[in-house]
Design a protein around this ligand. Sequence first.
Ligand SMILES: [Cu+2]
Length: 115
Amino acid sequence: MRFVPRFLVFVLALMAVPPLALAHHDHVEATNVWSRATPPGAKNGAAYMILTNDTAKADRLIDAASDVAERVEIHTHLMENGVMRMRRVEGGVDVEPGTPVVFQPGGLHIMLMGL
Ligand SMILES: [Cu+2]
């Protein structure tokens, strides 16, 4: 039986916009990976995807990295006093078996800073 790591470190390759499989984790997959083109001179952007866990064990996305951004953080949007704000997700994002995690505009996203 193959050991499935409890924590998954995910390296985001922004250039690979079509469905991207995590090479060294057979059963946790990132699909529908996409990002909007940024306007000229924009310093920040965001990437979106669907994470699917086909293993029997919970996993967690704890970090992301990209060679096109100086800093990469996992963000979500929260309503605060009637205003939608972006917040860094502390402690990572759980990816439970059978429950896809959708990163999408207005919700979870991979924040790319310093493009
Ligand atoms: Cu953000």
